[in-house]
Design a protein around this ligand. Structure first.
Ligand code: EPZ
Length: 423
């Protein structure tokens, strides 16, 4: 098992590129199940979660693989022979986003058997809204032996009103409705850029989807779809993380491919914290003061402040010149990084789903443990500021969603390396 050792103190300088978006790549790979033929996906980030999704597709009988050499950011998914519409527990338990095959399978093959994802470190994360949506399109749903069994001779258009705004729920039902007979209206949908990107890909496949990116999506079902060739949009959360790396180190960094329209809430908070964020050709530049100003953060659905950037901003606020209040409203258990930031000398008090962060003059390096994907990023960011070495263990969490983050940070001047964990 690897760990990452980072020695803080160097302001980061230079240019770095954001990779393709994990949370767009996963539903888009699953959407390949909707059409026979060979799909080509470009700018696919080389992440553990992407590898898992390719494995899920292969388990069903697809040919699904990442190309090599100069095309190593390209994945091809080919459906030719029979498909076993099943996603096993062994894979789903490692990546709950595997549930994104449910909608495409029942829509295309009339049945699906997908393991229930179960809870995760950041919350219970039920899928009741995914199932509610599929039922509204006429699917019969049974839960047996820890699996969702969905069946439908032919899905039909309907009205889906989500009780809670759910990203993968919106994506799952949108993929199913694309092949349902008739008209579907989905209300209270997630508006994340990744939902819009999935609709873009489905429409390229021949679907008739309108309104993605707004809270109401309408779909005219079609009989069949065709394979697609698509380059995936940049990862706004990785780009946001790299901007915070510049901010916490007091540096000056251009994050290439970062799109301001996908990061407005994050950019606003970084500007409020005293950073100069400028839109430059091909990206966003962050020029940061030595000490950030304390700001308050409230996580909400897009276009509000993303929960996936909460931990990173908390690391920044831990060295601010004041007190910031951070409220986490999406997941009930997304403060697992707080006790680890305490080990680096941060002053953070949790009250329910709110954290009060009193900025300290400096952090000092220590051994810390990653507990989930974004928590691991926040510990590395804090390490960029801490005096002495910070050793972050369990970085397999990081590799699920960041493509060689330590190399990118090292290219900006960080003293950071990956080593085999002791013992
Ligand atoms: C997506 O997860 C992202 N994952 C998450 O990113 C992200 O944190 C989350 O959206 C919120 O932005 C992917 O896109 C693969 P939700 P998802 O359904 O779709 C409740 C990362 O770090 N809910 O929008 O699983 C749920 O419990 C990951 O990259 C129900 O109650 O999140 C939560 O409180 C972490 N019933 C809220 O809604 C449901 O059926 C939002 O969850 C579905 C969700």
């Amino acid at each position: 098992m690897d760990m990452i050792i980072v020695k803080g103190g160097q302001p980061l300088h230079g240019e770095v590129a954001a990779s393709g978006a994990k949370n767009a790549a996963l539903p888009i790979l699953a959407s390949a199940l909707l059409a026979d033929g060979t799909h080509t996906f470009r700018n696919v980030p080389d992440l553990a979660d992407v590898a898992t999704m390719l494995e899920v597709l292969r388990t069903m009988g697809c040919e699904a693989a990442r190309l090599t050499g100069r095309k190593k950011d390209v994945c091809e998914v080919a459906l030719s022979g029979p498909i076993t519409p099943e996603a096993p527990y062994e894979l789903v338990k490692t990546m709950r986003a595997s549930v994104l095959v449910l909608g495409p399978l029942v829509a295309r093959f009339g049945r699906a058997r997908v393991s229930m994802p179960g809870g995760c470190a950041i919350g219970a994360r039920p899928i009741d809204q995914h199932l509610k949506g599929l039922k509204a399109l006429g699917a019969e749903i049974h839960l047996t032996e820890g699996y969702v069994e969905a069946r439908a001779k032919q899905l039909r258009g309907g009205t889906v009103n989500f009780d809670v705004i759910t990203v993968t729920g919106t994506e799952n039902v949108m993929m199913a409705a694309a092949l349902a007979k008739g008209h579907t209206v989905m209300e209270n949908c997630a508006r994340e850029p990744e939902v819009e990107e999935l609709a873009r890909v489905l429409n390229k496949m021949g679907a008739r989807i309108e309104g993605a990116g707004t809270s109401v999506i309408t779909i005219e079902g079609v009989d069949s779809l065709k394979p697609v060739d698509h380059a995936i949009l940049p990862d706004r959360i990785e780009a946001g993380t790299l901007l915070v790396a510049a901010a916490i180190s007091g540096g000056n960094v251009l994050v290439k491919h970062a799109q301001v329209e996908h990061l407005e809430a994050v950019v606003d908070k970084l500007r409020e914290a005293g950073c100069t964020i400028t839109v430059e050709a091909g990206g966003l530049r962050c020029k940061a003061p030595r000490t950030p100003t304390a700001v308050n953060i409230t996580t909400t659905e897009h276009p509000g402040f993303p929960t996936d950037m909460q931990a990173q901003l908390m690391a920044l606020m831990s060295v601010s010149n004041g007190t910031s209040v951070i409220s986490e409203n999406i997941f009930e258990n997304r403060f697992m990084h707080v006790p680890e930031l305490h080990r680096l000398g941060a002053d953070i008090t949790i009250q329910g789903h709110t954290a009060v962060v009193k900025g300290v003059k400096g952090l000092s390096g220590a051994q810390v443990m990653a507990t989930d994907l974004r928590a691991s990023a926040s510990l590395i960011l804090a390490g960029l500021r801490a005096e002495g070495p910070t050793e972050v263990s369990r970085v397999y969490h990081l590799d699920r969603g960041y493509e060689r983050l330590e190399r990118k940070l090292r290219s900006l001047g960080a003293d950071i390396r990956r080593v085999k964990a002791r013992g």
